[in-house]
Ligand binder design. Sequence first.
Ligand SMILES: *Cc1c(COP(=O)(O)O)cnc(C)c1O
Length: 463
Amino acid sequence: MNKIVNHLPTAELQALDAAHHLHPFTDGAALNAKGARVITAADGVTLTDSDGRTMLDAMAGLWCVNIGYGRKELAEVGYQQMLQLPYYNTFFQTSHVPAIELSAKLAEIAPEGFNHTFFATGGSEANDTNIRMVRHYWATKGKPTKKVIISRENAYHGSTMGGASLGGMKGMHAQGGLPIPDMAYIGEPNWYNQGGDMSPEEFGLMRARELEAKIEELGVDNVAAFIAEPVQGAGGVVVPPETYWPEIQRICDAHEILLIADEVICGFGRTGHWFGTNYYGIRPHIMTIAKGLSSGYAPIGGSMVCDEVAEVINNGGDFAHGYTYGGHPVGAAVALENIRIMQEEKIIENGAADTVPYLAEKWAQFNDHPLVGEVNIVGFMGSLVMTPDKSARAKFSADAGTVGMIARGHCFDNGLVMRHVGDRMIISPPIIINRAEIDQMFELAAKSLDLTLADIKAQGLYK
Ligand SMILES: *Cc1c(COP(=O)(O)O)cnc(C)c1O
């Protein structure tokens, strides 16, 4: 394989990066003081940086490289599509082959009754589409007051004005005048941190019933939709108690509102099924898709809508909304190839039968680690909650994230990319990860946790 190796030395790349590149979700001054880690190549589950060091990518980039790095077929399809038709749009009564074929393919793999997709270039844009689409849907049905979208604290639905408003992250709302009007929030089903003396089952029901209370408080005539990730990803891989989704579904069925499942992380195999909706048996009206749709090889996202919503939107006159690059031919062609490979190689089915249970068994062993208070795993997404006192589900005396940051540093130093959300460590590896790589990931994570424990004991942060 031809590898591009003749880049500038790391220090020079870092200096240019510091001089000219503003980074997302980053404290720029802190980054520039130490220099960014520059990733130059990847294959399978392994990243290579500008110094030639390799690391196991337990985050699949940003939860997206489901099929793993280095699949030549995706590169080839992107190249051929660029030669044949690098760009055309689907506005104003035109279409193109990749968008047509991808929308048909998505209808084939999605849950029953999902036969239409409105394309975007990523998850944030797709969620912006959802805001406008659900309000337009109700207005078209003669109910223009149904505008409020209910979401959850600590949810992540993207970073545009709409996406970040749908999200429930306080740190994001604090910047840039968010949220936009007509958003409401209920609590997250985070039993470990918020469940107190309740059992997980009781707590799950209680959190779900906050949705019903919120609908009643706002008046159902004012509520358009409820949006949620089947499993909260960026919030820290918060797996809801088993009672949660059935109760949410009951409430959505009982009241006239739309249910939006944000499948941007959960979709395309992450839960060991095609969609998180399949995993939980949820029946949403809209599903947001992106990330694993193209395994991150090209930007593409979209809103999949159920037949009822599609019918109303199709017959509601001009839907005055769209993105220049929505359903981009290259992104759509790459996504199709990604799905073709997932289907032909039975990547999701094989994973569900073999590596999903194997990973779950390995991950559960962290229950015995003195630093770990709770272990969560669904399919290929997992979290470890670190605590100074297991039995009390206690928090550290240091600011949230202090210990997470230390652990993340040890992971990097040991050649493992694992992210921290506060004091939770999270994984979301490529779903093609094999048993040997799972073993390696587990060993590196265990070693990093041991080193973290030693550090925080020395700093007086443990017990
Ligand atoms: C990443 C993410 C988004 C935003 O997608 P972008 O492609 O970054 O715009 C939306 N929802 C969820 C659940 C996500 O994880």
